[in-house]
Ligand binder design. Structure first.
Ligand code: ATP
Ligand code: MG
Length: 432
């Protein structure tokens, strides 16, 4: 026997039983983003490795140890499976000059890849909804993104989420904070873990984001970035908080929240749930005003967020929000031979009328086909027997018990050309 093949560790199949929930989520997301004027942008899954190194920053978890990078054997190019959306989206925005005359609101959805240790809520291929607002400098757009997310939780029926905010200031403010932070952390150097020791001089801010509980106390006493903010940064942060307050959105300021990327400035935020254990961050985002210029574009402010779809889906599943599997409207049965082409024509006519149809395929007696029709969840069976087929007609029978008065509670033979309209009317009556 041939060796059994398996999928790559940490990369999941989405099976048909799960698909309705994902489809439901994706449809809500597309409507939600449209209602705020966001336009979709789709960029390749693969980009040149240097794009992510430049765009995400060399001393980050992602670039240091999580990227799927490889050399294209055919031409020697260094490529990487996208570990996040922002770098690729910004690359495309610059390449196609999308912000030349006006700001842009864009979104994307799809798989991203990070080589992490697989566990609940943490996979090697996972999916994100990604949103970027480009060309807006004020805190009003920061508030818009957050208000928008609060609305999404409402649309999805998600209740157990909270919002944490921080302000990372500007480069000069962070430099002063960084110097004090290094001095502070040095005093505890012996107690730091390897990651933190390494970061002490490369990216000390990231130590504040540690997931190592042994460091909690040290981190709690560290200098806070919010104490280093100048007038303009403070005004931005206060402006955002005032807008959120007037929109009725609760939040807490977490002065230790940094974010995984180097280039964030001013606002950063996370939506967190306590319902999923350790992997509770549903969505993280922030402002990255220096990024576009750093990547070779004209100076353009930006802010965005990434949402982990698997985590949101798990929350929906736990809340029992499982949309019923889509059922077809009609199951078409036939007796093979000369009835087959008639059944095929009947099914196409029904689809012309806008109905969802499963046409029986293969052999099988009418009795066993009827069992399949029942199991399909279809509302009606269309039976193409030899006598009906000879007259380009078929018999319709309701499959669900809805009382003797319900349409087609008793079987009726109709000409093929009339069945579509008759069933559309019948379905309307049922749904009333
Ligand atoms: P974490 O701190 O959990 O590692 P992160 O800061 O690396 O998250 P981001 O880069 O901000 O995450 O990605 C945005 C969102 O994508 C996260 O809030 C989370 O919901 C989701 N996410 C991140 N990594 C994974 C993963 N490996 N598997 C599933 N979802 C993930
Ligand atoms: Mg991470």
């Amino acid at each position: 026997m041939a060796k059994k093949l398996s999928g790559v560790r940490g990369m999941n199949d989405l099976l048909p039983a799960e698909a309705p929930l994902w489809e439901w989520f994706e449809a809500r997301v597309a409507d939600w983003l449209r209602s705020y004027g966001y336009q979709q942008i789709r960029t390749p899954i693969v980009e040149y490795t240097e794009l992510f190194v430049k765009g995400i920053g060399e001393v980050t978890d992602i670039v240091e140890k999580e990227m799927y990078s490889f050399e294209d054997k055919l031409n020697g190019e260094h490529l990487t499976l996208r570990p996040e959306f922002t770098a690729g989206v910004i690359r495309a925005v610059i390449e196609h000059n999308l912000t030349y005359d006006a700001p842009r609101r864009v979104w994307s959805m799809g798989p991203v890849f990070r080589h992490e240790r697989p566990q609940r809520g943490r996979y090697r291929q996972f999916h994100q909804v990604n949103v970027e607002a480009l060309g807006f400098a004020g805190p009003d757009i920061d508030a818009e993104l957050i208000v928008m997310l609060a609305r999404l939780w409402k649309i999805l029926g998600i209740e157990r989420v909270r919002l944490e905010l921080n302000c990372l200031g500007q480069a000069d403010e962070r430099a002063r904070h960084r110097a004090d932070l290094i001095e502070y952390l040095r005093r505890y150097e012996a107690q730091l873990d390897d990651d933190a020791k390494r970061r002490l001089h490369t990216n000390p801010l990231r130590i504040l984001d540690t997931k190592n509980p042994a460091l909690t106390e040290i981190v709690a006493g560290a200098p806070r970035i919010t104490d280093y903010l100048g007038t303009a940064s403070r005004a931005h942060f206060e402006g955002l908080q005032a807008l959120l307050g007037s929109a009725g959105i609760a939040f807490s300021v977490n002065p230790r929240m940094v974010r995984g990327l180097d280039y964030y400035n001013l606002t950063v935020f996370e939506w967190i749930t306590d319902a999923l254990g350790a992997q509770g961050t549903l969505c993280g985002g922030g402002r990255y005003d220096p990024l576009i210029e750093r990547m070779g574009g004209r100076p353009t402010p930006g802010i965005g967020f990434g949402m982990g779809i698997e985590r949101v889906i798990e929350l929906l599943r736990e809340a029992g929000r499982v949309p019923s599997a889509p059922v077809c409207d009609v199951y078409v049965l036939h007796q093979g031979g000369a009835t087959q082409p008639v059944a095929l024509r009947a099914a196409e006519l029904l689809r012309d009328a806008g109905l969802d149809v499963i046409l029986h395929a293969g052999e099988g007696g009418l009795k066993s086909q009827m069992r399949k029709a029942d199991a399909s969840g279809a509302e009606f069976a269309l039976i193409v027997g030899a006598a009906e087929a000879a007259q380009q007609a078929a018999a319709v029978k309701a499959l669900r018990a809805r009382g003797a008065e319900a349409p087609f509670a008793t079987q009726a033979v109709l000409p093929l050309a009339q069945i579509g309209e008759a069933l559309v009317t019948a379905l309307e009556r049922i749904s009333e």
